[in-house]
Design a binder for this molecule. Structure first.
Ligand code: TMP
Length: 237
């Protein structure tokens, strides 16, 4: 697969064209940002871990009936994916209170919900990714009602599959963010990445944070946490 011109550089990844118009190459960087780019840093080795972790998890989800953009891993940091047009919604599923949920609603972190919550943000850095509901997403024509229903169904199924997988690793899946895209024929597939950048993952025994919150909150041991969570995954998938 020939890598052609760079199409886009995001905060954590670069995207390149290939000689096939339906396929792209994603290259993962070690760059880390938080608070809409206000905080910047590097997490050494993150690109390699996020690439491999996301690919393995997407392959597992695909096997369990969730269509994804994943095609094949090309190298430590590079992956071939199907070209999609991203639906500009950040889809957040929560099993336990943490982060912005705890802040918005004035509750402590760690409350286990009876059932998962699903929420959407408008993927728009200039506006700071504001929260919105289905009516807002329809008013803004970000997706059709049918697409939002498909996305919600997939997101909840992804939650069940990821929760069960991480449990086998002694890890609690607290919450995560997904992005979906449309293939050229309009099919909705899971896109972007699933990694410690986009999930909250707590050690089930100790509650230790094994994700990007260590960077966001200056907790230290960031690289060690990424290495530990990757090690747990490799033992079980
Ligand atoms: P939040 O509690 O800050 O809203 O984050 C919820 C989940 O979404 C958490 O697992 C981290 C992930 N997330 C992203 O992947 N990208 C983002 O820009 C933000 C704010 C959160």
């Amino acid at each position: 697969m020939e890598q052609k011109e760079q199409l886009y550089e995001g905060k954590a990844k670069k995207v390149f064209a290939t000689d096939d118009p339906e396929l792209l190459i994603v290259a993962y960087k070690d760059d880390a940002t938080a608070f809409n780019g206000l905080k910047k840093g590097t997490i050494v080795g993150k690109g390699v871990i996020n690439n491999k972790m996301s690919n393995r998890l997407m392959a597992m989800l695909e096997k369990n009936g969730i269509p994804t953009h994943y095609v094949r891993e090309l190298s430590d940091r590079e992956t071939l994916v199907k070209k999609v047009s991203i639906v500009p919604l950040e889809v957040i599923v929560r099993n336990i209170s943490a982060g912005s949920f705890a802040k918005h609603y004035g509750v402590e972190e760690g409350i286990v919900f009876d059932q998962p919550t699903v929420e959407y943000s408008y993927k728009n850095d200039a506006l700071g990714d504001p929260l919105l509901n289905t009516s807002h997403a329809l008013a803004l024509k970000l997706a059709t009602a049918e697409e939002i229903e498909t996305i919600r169904t997939y997101a909840l199924r992804v939650d069940e599959l990821l929760k069960a997988f991480w449990k086998t690793c002694g890890v609690t899946l607290v919450d995560f963010k997904l992005e979906f895209g449309r293939l050229s024929d309009g099919t909705i597939v899971l896109a972007d990445e699933i990694s410690p950048d986009t999930c909250r993952l707590w050690d089930a025994a100790t509650g230790e944070k094994l994700d990007k919150d260590r960077f966001r909150r200056d907790l230290g041991g960031v690289e060690e946490a990424y290495a530990e969570i990757m090690h747990r995954l490799e033992e079980h998938l």
